[in-house]
Write a protein that binds this ligand. Structure first.
Ligand SMILES: [Zn+2]
Ligand SMILES: [Zn+2]
Length: 144
């Protein structure tokens, strides 16, 4: 599918800090999940990651990211964490139990405006200064 003819809002693009890796996807994501798990915190060097779930057949990736595989500490699931080998930006994740989905790190989007967060997961790992959102679904562990 070509995104050239699509209306501006029907496609989003993003890239790593140096631009070696870029991507574009069409349509709305399946979900936008804030993850507070320990691996997301360490991988991003931040308090949580904002994960945009995009069907694999709607995303086009340019460049060759390096991959680091992690095993979920509590569920044992494998994740391929893809990052730029030049600038180190974490950019994409693939869950082995969900191979038809590519997870985009929202901080790498060129324009993240208008994303709607669907839920927060691994709340029990959240850094203790983070205030719960009043009406966003929250799960202590995986969304299940
Ligand atoms: Zn880069
Ligand atoms: Zn996580």
């Amino acid at each position: 599918m070509s995104i050239t003819d699509a209306p501006a809002r029907a496609a989003r693009s993003g890239r790593c800090l140096c631009g070696s890796i870029s991507y574009q996807y069409t349509g709305e994501p399946d979900a936008v999940i804030v993850c507070h798990c320990g691996h997301c915190q360490r991988h991003t060097g931040s308090a949580f990651s904002v994960n945009v779930l995009v069907p694999r057949d709607r995303i086009e990736i340019t460049g060759t990211p390096k991959s680091y595989q992690t095993t979920g500490a509590e569920n044992g699931n494998l994740r391929d964490r893809l990052f730029c080998r030049d600038c180190g930006t974490p950019i994409l994740t693939v869950l082995h139990e969900r191979p038809d989905t590519v997870i985009v790190k929202a901080g790498t989007l060129d324009d993240p405006r208008g994303l709607e967060c669907s839920a927060e997961v691994w709340w029990r790992r959240a850094q203790d200064w983070i205030e719960p959102h009043p009406n966003r679904p929250r799960f202590e562990g995986d969304a299940g």
